[in-house]
Design a protein around this ligand. Structure first.
Ligand SMILES: Cc1cc2nc3c(=O)[nH]c(=O)nc-3n(C[C@H](O)[C@H](O)[C@H](O)COP(=O)(O)OP(=O)(O)OC[C@H]3O[C@@H](n4cnc5c(N)ncnc54)[C@H](O)[C@@H]3O)c2cc1C
Length: 469
């Protein structure tokens, strides 16, 4: 007999899981289908969490190397890096988090979690092929597609050869390579280049554009480029990869600059991180009116596809591709489907951190984006070289920029580069999301000495700042 549900959710990542749990908690009969081995998606198994576990090891290693500056005498010599132990720690955290997610899901009686693949037969019926056992059909009143995204490989000969890997494989390398060529200086390419360079790997980072991190404030991206060079990352801009060839125990990456000159870089591994595309294959979307391309499924302002009753959230609907964005969409969609008044997330108030070294924090609009959107703006800059907390921590280096509207003094964007900046981006998001003024920010008492103080100190720099919120 065909099983019937109120809602089918396809994909158990940060996009699919929250909406499934919230709807089931409100007594909707929900089927959540995940084709991987556990709940958590790219974020848990191949993205945010494994990359931040490696980042944590890299940052601790950097701190140990600077111990003498802080009056700590460790035995001389370079600390030994046990790559297998780093990978084992990562696996333990991943297992624990996946188990926790499953345990939580199983506390909700109306939520049926199945592992397997799902293909839509029509807008209200799907075939579920479980990881073990016979396929069977299910019926549902509505469905939510949250199948995420996957790496796109560059269309050059040699891309995809053995030793030419993507972020899906990099966290499980058998050993730490001696050299690595990273193709693509987006957030993932930058983060991984700096992590591996900190581990002592010879890293060459090739970027086709004329700067790294296209979506980041230009001045901040330039500042990071300089720091990367100091950390030993060989950053090559204007490098268009033309071919990858095997050589000995690694590969040569051939590339050209805009003048047409040919160059090459060698790596024991080549890591291709040139973008991501929506996972729409084998879903049976052709049996529905859903419209999509490689950038994502087309949705309207309430995340409904061209097929009424079929919704999509997270990476599968395209940029911005962040875990917190996917889960924010997911939770708002749940409230919407439950008939509650909601406001869907808007990119203009999104916040994000790039876990570069030092970190980059972004909330709301950059100077360029704000001008493009027609705002008359001012920008206030706070230099971390004068910041008490940054000096105490030995990282008195970095910049905080607050973009605000000229007439109203409303905060439109916060963009920063600095060690530890990740921890204060929640406040930046709050300032942008709530549209608070520079005067209100200046009046808020921030504890001393913390990095969060930088917001108030930046607000005090506004020339016309009057202390009336
Ligand atoms: C290396 C890396 C680092 C990252 N770091 C960060 C970070 O620090 N912070 C941040 O916010 N974001 C980060 N991201 C991005 C983040 O991982 C994604 O934005 C987020 O996972 C998107 O969530 P999602 O639920 O839309 O998709 P996913 O997490 O990709 O989940 C989709 C799920 O759907 C399942 N699925 C796909 N097809 C089917 C099917 N046919 N049937 C059943 N199940 C299916 C997949 O197995 C997967 O589990 C990073 C990404 C990468 C690659």
């Amino acid at each position: 007999m065909t099983k019937k549900y109120d809602v089918l959710v396809v994909g158990g990542g940060p996009g699919g899981t929250p909406v499934a749990m919230a709807l089931a908690a409100a007594q909707r009969r929900v089927l959540l289908v995940e084709r991987g081995a556990g709940l958590g998606g790219t974020c848990l198994f191949e993205g945010c969490i494994p990359s931040k576990i490696l980042y944590e090891s890299a940052q601790r290693l950097r701190a140990i190397r600077r111990a003498a500056e802080f009056g700590l005498c460790l035995s001389p010599g370079e600390p030994h890096i046990d790559w297998q132990a780093i990978v084992a720690r990562k696996d333990a955290v991943l297992r624990q988090r996946a188990q926790w997610a499953l345990d939580r899901a199983q506390t909700i009686p109306a939520l049926d979690v199945r592992f397997g693949a799902v293909a839509l037969l029509n807008p209200r019926r799907a075939l579920l092929k479980p990881a073990s056992g016979e396929p069977y059909e299910v019926e549902f009143a509505s469905a939510i597609i949250a199948t995420g995204s996957k790496s796109v490989r560059p269309a050059v000969p040699g891309s995809g050869l053995a030793r030419v890997i993507t972020s899906e494989q990099v966290f499980d390398l058998e050993h730490l390579p001696r050299s690595l060529v990273v193709v693509g200086a987006g957030p993932v390419g930058v983060e991984l280049s700096q992590i591996f360079a900190a581990f002592g790997v010879r890293v060459t980072l090739l970027e086709a554009g004329l700067s790294i991190l296209g979506q980041v404030d230009e001045e901040i991206a330039r500042m990071l480029e300089v720091r990367m060079l100091h950390q030993g990352v060989s950053l090559v801009l204007d490098a268009r990869v033309t071919r990858i060839c095997h050589a000995g125990g690694g590969a040569f990456v051939q590339y050209r600059d805009t003048a047409g000159a040919a160059h090459e870089a060698y790596g024991e591994y080549v890591l291709e991180v040139t973008g991501r595309e929506a996972c729409t294959e084998e879903l049976g979307l052709e049996n529905t009116a859903v419209r999509y391309d490689r950038h994502g499924i087309r949705v309207n302002h309430v995340l409904e596809t061209d097929e009424p009753g079929l919704y999509a959230v997270g990476d599968v609907v395209g940029q911005p591709m962040f875990a917190h964005w996917a889960s924010a969409q997911s939770l708002v969609l749940a409230h919407y489907l439950l008939g509650q008044p909601v406001r869907f997330p808007e990119p203009a108030v999104n916040a994000a951190v790039i876990f570069s070294i030092p970190e980059i924090g972004m909330a709301g609009l950059t100077e360029g984006e704000a001008r493009k959107a027609g705002h008359e703006i001012e920008v206030v800059r706070y230099d971390f070289s004068v910041d008490a907390r940054a000096q105490v921590a030995g990282h008195a280096d970095g910049l905080l920029k607050v973009v605000y509207e000229r007439g109203t003094h409303r905060v439109l964007g916060v963009h920063a580069l600095g060690e530890g900046i990740a921890s204060i981006m929640g406040e930046a998001a709050l300032a942008v999301g709530a549209g608070i003024t520079m005067e209100a920010l200046a009046l808020i008492i921030h504890p001393h000495p913390t990095l969060s103080e930088s917001f108030a100190l930046a607000a005090h720099l506004v020339p016309t700042s009057v202390f009336i919120p």
